[in-house]
Design a protein around this ligand. Structure first.
Ligand code: PLP
Length: 360
């Protein structure tokens, strides 16, 4: 009897599996993970307590509507509760956004290089990814992205600040772009690193969304709030987009542990933003030291990482870092992204960078 294997959708052929940042080597003398843009600080005691308390009830399904969290978010952003949709990380919400807008024959535009999840989630939907190269300065090329719009365009991602380059588009250029995009094309402002932005010219997507029904904003608790392992993110969007997100979300996707931790984190915001401030300080130190060592580093990163365009030397430098006990994120032949971690990790990275540069 000839056995045929189950038929899988042709769209899945050639989709890369998401490549997580490498874990820090176990058992090494020192091992720091600067490869996934995580927050290096451990959970705040109060946040941890809320999760432990919620864990006592995990025989029950979570609140599917995330009522407590949604109410808290609506109040702090001054938006209707109906405009908030939650998901399993903002990647989960991004996938729902695509599921809600695009399928085979449709197009989704995003910059490249940008967040690695975009090509994956677009291709899963069967829609066609349209990648628009960044400018020479590694910034979104909004004019070229506008030119790429066709009758088939359904969604456009603007990753601001951009992962992995750390660059961000400013208010005037983004508003000009939004004013030109047809009103039936959804523009998603992915602001995963919003809390790390210090340049006042970089807009807050929530302000831009208010009078634009075709703009949605993605935020996450994974980075600044340090809840990467709990999987919770959200979108702020007008109806009917937010309603579509609630329809397409995986039922009960956000655990009660994640919901309670997110609420506790919002209430501990002063302390958490103090930590973000320390990381921003470290970012300036890392950036300044790399420049002083002679490296060319993409300027003005607004996120919790720096981008080094190393071209062919990328893999060698990544290997040298790993050998020294710091795991970074190389994109072979292009460049390397280093997360800003605890000062000790940053020091070790900077030492390695200095030694490597001298050998060049
Ligand atoms: C890290 C990141 C996210 C957030 O992912 P979660 O699923 O919320 O953990 C979203 N967008 C970008 C660009 C990111 O770098």
């Amino acid at each position: 009897m000839s056995e045929k294997s189950p038929r899988l959708r042709a769209e899945l052929d050639g989709i890369p599996t998401y490549k997580p940042g490498k874990p820090a080597a176990a058992g090494g003398p020192v091992a720091f993970k600067l490869s996934s843009n995580e927050n290096p600080y451990p959970p705040l005691p109060g946040v941890l307590e809320s999760v432990v308390a919620a864990a006592g009830h995990f025989n029950r399904y979570p609140d599917m509507a995330c009522t407590g969290l949604v109410n808290e978010l609506a109040e702090r952003f001054g938006v209707p509760v109906e405009h908030i949709a939650t998901g399993t990380g903002s990647v989960g919400v991004a996938q729902s956004l695509i599921q809600s807008t695009a399928g085979p024959g449709d197009e989704v535009i995003y910059a490249w290089r940008s967040f690695e999840a975009y090509p994956i989630i677009v291709q899963i939907s069967g829609a066609t990814p349209v990648q628009v190269p960044l400018t020479d300065g590694d910034v979104h090329d909004l004019d070229a992205m506008f030119e790429a719009i066709t009758e088939r365009t359904r969604l456009i991602f603007v990753c601001n600040p951009n992962n992995p380059t750390g660059t961000a588009v400013r208010r005037a250029e983004l508003e000009r772009f939004l004013d030109r995009v047809p009103s039936d094309v959804l523009v998603v402002l992915d602001e995963a690193y919003k809390e790390f932005v210090r340049d006042l010219e970089i807009p807050d997507g929530i302000e831009l969304y208010r009078n634009r029904p075709n703009v949605a904003v993605l935020r996450t608790f994974s980075k600044a709030y340090g809840l990467a392992g709990l999987r919770v993110g959200f979108a702020v969007a007008h109806e009917p987009v937010a309603a579509a997100l609630r329809k397409t979300a995986v039922p009960f996707g956000v655990s009660q542990l994640a919901q309670d931790a997110a609420v506790a984190s919002l209430r501990a915001e002063d302390e958490l933003m103090g930590r973000v401030g320390s990381l921003v300080g470290e970012r300036a130190r890392v950036y300044g030291t790399l420049l002083a060592q002679g490296w060319t580093v993409v300027p003005e990163t607004q996120a919790n990482f720096v981008w080094m365009r190393l071209g062919e030397r990328t893999a060698d430098f990544a290997a040298a870092c790993e050998k020294a006990g710091v795991v970074v994120r190389p994109f072979a032949g292009e460049g390397l992204r280093v997360t800003i971690g605890e000062p000790e990790a940053n020091d070790l990275f900077l030492h390695t960078a200095e030694a490597f540069f001298k050998e060049l």
